[in-house]
Design a binder for this molecule. Structure first.
Ligand code: SAH
Length: 362
């Protein structure tokens, strides 16, 4: 167990104060911030612009990285999954999704997840613990370094999604801190406008986010158009049922600028939530609450022992057509990285047999 201070989780201002407390001038703090965040260095040894004695002193009481990459899996479609371990031995997973126009990094907010959604493999782990801001930022650094090279500039379009393991709104404080650190123009410079946070429906935090000025985009996982089915699929619905959830969504929507939208995600489970009647009920529900959010339809990503199959393509298209005929904008999400357990709902620290797609990172 490592008790050293993880510097990747400190803001530029905090690093300046850290430098001063260590008897160094504040510019050393800014230099450290640039080394950690802009140059994405994960060890003091690489920070050759710092005096050697200082690097030694830093290493004795602080850490430039705390995650260890255990495996890196590459899917047939180019999606990469990193299986990492925290200093206290817990799994952390991050996914890099290359796309034609821009790339996306999907990061985890917790190790495991407490929410018990019946269709999600991460639920099987239970909650191991909430990750720190530094552990969230470091996941992105690992993925960017692997994709673009250490120190190389991040393409301006790269997006982040907090859609890995865990419930980001049960990790609200460290998440918001991580987003603040990543937005710094002297660091990663990934502004909130390029980040999407997905929640299973933690109502108080949806309301809180509505009051934040520089905030990420929001996605809400719905999975069902009525309380009876949603109680079954997503037990969090018993705590915050659809009426309360959609009222909070409305409040959030009212805080958006004209033209901005948030998103609902709807996992499509064959024979469970994908009938015409479900589509009609979903459209009615959103129209009744006067929500103009769009709906992303996600075909279920199967994984043993989950008792579901993905809805057939024609079913997904028919469901989408019903939503659109009732004025609800709907999009079908293509699954990415299913073959290496990197797709939505498949993150459960699975090891894939070593094959031609497995590469080890040091
Ligand atoms: N806990 C947050 C963040 C996870 S995002 C949330 O629930 O929003 C992961 C997304 O994948 C969620 O929209 C979830 O509903 C969806 N999902 C979970 N398991 C899935 C699976 N097996 N196949 C497809 N989508 C799944």
């Amino acid at each position: 167990m490592d008790t050293r201070l993880h510097l990747t989780g400190l803001t530029r201002g905090e690093l300046e104060r850290f430098a001063e407390e260590s008897g160094e001038p504040p510019y050393r703090g800014r230099q450290l911030f640039a080394a950690l965040q802009r140059r994405r260095l994960r060890s003091f040894d690489e920070m050759t612009d710092l005096p050697k004695a200082l690097r030694g002193a830093l290493a004795a009481r602080a850490a430039a990285s705390t995650l260890t990459v255990e495996s890196r899996y590459v899917a047939a479609d180019g999606t990469r999954r990193y299986l990492m371990k925290t200093h206290d031995g817990l799994p952390v997973e991050t996914v890099f999704i290359p796309e034609e126009r821009r790339d996306t990094v999907c990061f985890s907010s917790q190790s495991g997840c407490p929410l018990q959604c019946s269709f999600c493999l991460t639920a099987k782990l239970g909650l191991l613990r909430t990750l720190t801001a530094g552990e969230m930022v470091e996941q992105i650094i690992v993925a960017l370094n692997d994709a673009y090279g250490v120190g190389a500039e991040t393409p301006r379009g790269t997006n982040l999604v907090a859609m890995g393991a865990g419930e980001p709104f049960l990790a609200y404080d460290p998440l918001m801190k991580a987003l603040g650190i990543m937005a710094d123009k002297e660091g990663l410079f990934i502004v909130p406008n390029r980040v999407t946070v997905s929640t299973a429906g933690v109502v108080p935090k949806i309301k809180e986010l509505a009051t934040v000025a520089a905030r990420p985009h929001l996605a809400i996982s719905l999975a069902a158009p009525d309380d009876e089915l949603r109680d079954e699929l997503m037990p969090i619905n018993k705590r915050w049922p659809l009426g309360e959830l959609l009222a909070a969504c409305k409040e959030f929507e009212q805080s958006l600028k004209p033209g901005e939208r948030f998103t609902f995600e709807y996992v499509m489970l064959d024979g469970v939530n994908d009938a015409d009647a479900h589509a009609r009920r979903l459209a009615n529900l959103l129209n009744r609450h006067q929500l103009r959010a769009k709906v992303n339809l996600i075909p279920h990503n199967p994984a043993d022992p989950l008792p579901y199959r993905p809805s057939p393509e024609e079913r997904v298209e028919a469901f989408k057509a019903i939503l659109e005929s009732r004025g609800v904008h709907a999009f079908v999400r293509r699954p990415r990285g299913r073959d290496i357990y990197a797709a939505c709902g498949q993150l459960a620290a699975r090891r894939v047999d070593a094959g031609p797609t497995l590469h080890q990172l040091s």
